[in-house]
Design a protein around this ligand. Structure first.
Ligand SMILES: [Zn+2]
Ligand SMILES: [Zn+2]
Length: 369
């Protein structure tokens, strides 16, 4: 089967829209999804800085949503059928210790399944027009394409009445921010939170916190992003504010119970730790590229620091919860999205990099033909 996809051929060059060939039918427990929309996440763009670890040429995209057009059948308890509308999330093996403990984001095979080349594909399943192999699927998806062949395990069925093309980012970026608040911190009324960085992940955390009755302080350098955070219920605080930890402590009645870092900035992380109340917890979601020096005393009095992957989510539970919050008007993630025809993927990347758009969503053309 042949269809259009956005292919990344080198770490430096723009994406190219090409005809690709899918050389296999869905296997048992796999589904073929016609992609309605696919969000662009920082992790897609980070491939350019992966220094050879992410194999190319590749079809990226891991926030896809679409309609199931074929299934491979199988004994899967997910019971996904042709015609179902699905949001696609990250891949996991389903049988390691953490998967069995309902912590699929910490799957033993997470890196190999999602980041560094995916499942073994021999012979290759996806090739370019000349028959040359493309990298195995990215995050179990490769959804910057008109179609994606995915494990049924990663697909979450949703109500067909919902605006399908906008829902893909619920599978990664928005799930990450909201899950940190709702799952990891299990924050509720009376709790306090500092969010560092008001991008897609940080703003999803702000929205979820506001929905949960949490008092939130959002820290960023960009006035437009602070204005968004304020619109979604946070107290905005510029990152360059003098005495930042003291300001956070004053705004949160003695220190925030939780802090979420989406910036990987060591000075900001230290400030956030100093702005925590005793026993407070800081969660890290951004990838650190250097050592993280901590100022003396930042972890005193029971404070802790931990990494959070994919919002500690079981996608089949958190995505419907976020959809429910959105329907009730409490999780307006659609306000962060700008859609682009898939052919404009390079413009979408530039807008995302420059901070002009919080969440670009690419619309493959297949459904309009
Ligand atoms: Zn696993
Ligand atoms: Zn992502």
């Amino acid at each position: 089967m042949k269809f259009q996809a956005a292919v990344l051929r080198s770490y430096e060059d723009p994406f190219t829209i090409e005809e690709v060939t899918l050389r296999t039918e869905p296997a048992v427990d796999e589904i073929l999804v016609e992609i309605a929309g696919s969000g662009m996440c920082r992790t897609d763009l980070a491939v350019r800085r992966s220094a050879g670890r992410s194999p190319l040429p590749a079809v990226l995209g891991h926030e896809g949503a679409g309609v199931v057009v074929r299934t491979g059948g199988g004994g899967s308890d997910t019971a996904i059928n042709v015609g179902d509308h699905v949001v696609l999330s990250f891949d996991s093996c389903g049988h390691c210790r953490n998967c069995r403990a309902a912590a699929p984001a910490y799957c033993d095979s997470f890196a190999s399944l999602n980041l560094f080349g995916g499942r073994e594909e021999d012979p290759p399943r996806l090739t370019d027009a000349t028959g040359k192999a493309l990298a195995p699927r990215w995050f179990g998806q490769s959804s910057f394409a008109e179609y994606a062949l995915v494990p049924a395990r990663n697909a979450v069925r949703i109500d067909p009445a919902l605006p399908l093309e906008l829902l893909g980012p619920l599978g990664c970026g928005f799930l990450t921010g909201a899950g940190a608040v709702l799952n990891t911190f299990a924050a509720g009324p009376g709790d306090t939170l500092t969010v560092l960085g008001a991008g897609a992940v940080g703003l999803a955390a702000v929205m979820a916190a506001t929905a949960a009755g949490v008092l939130t302080v959002a820290v960023d350098r960009h006035p437009q992003r602070l204005a968004l955070a304020e619109r979604f219920g946070a107290i905005p605080l510029h990152a360059a504010t003098a005495g930042l930890p003291e300001r956070i402590r004053r705004l949160t009645d003695g220190g925030a119970q939780y802090a979420l870092d989406t910036t990987a900035s060591a000075p900001l992380i230290n400030h956030a730790l100093q702005g925590l109340r005793p026993t407070g917890t800081l969660g890290l979601v951004a990838r650190l590229h250097t050592a993280l020096p901590l100022e003396p005393g930042t972890l005193d009095r029971g404070r802790s620091i931990r990494h959070i992957c994919e919002g500690d989510a079981v996608p089949g539970l958190l995505i419907p919860r976020l959809v429910g919050l959105w329907r009730a008007g409490h999780f307006p993630f659609d306000q962060l999205i700008r859609t682009y025809p898939m052919a404009d993927i390079n413009e979408a990347e530039r807008d995302c990099d420059a901070g002009r758009v919080v969440k670009p969503v690419l619309l493959p053309a297949a459904r309009s033909r």
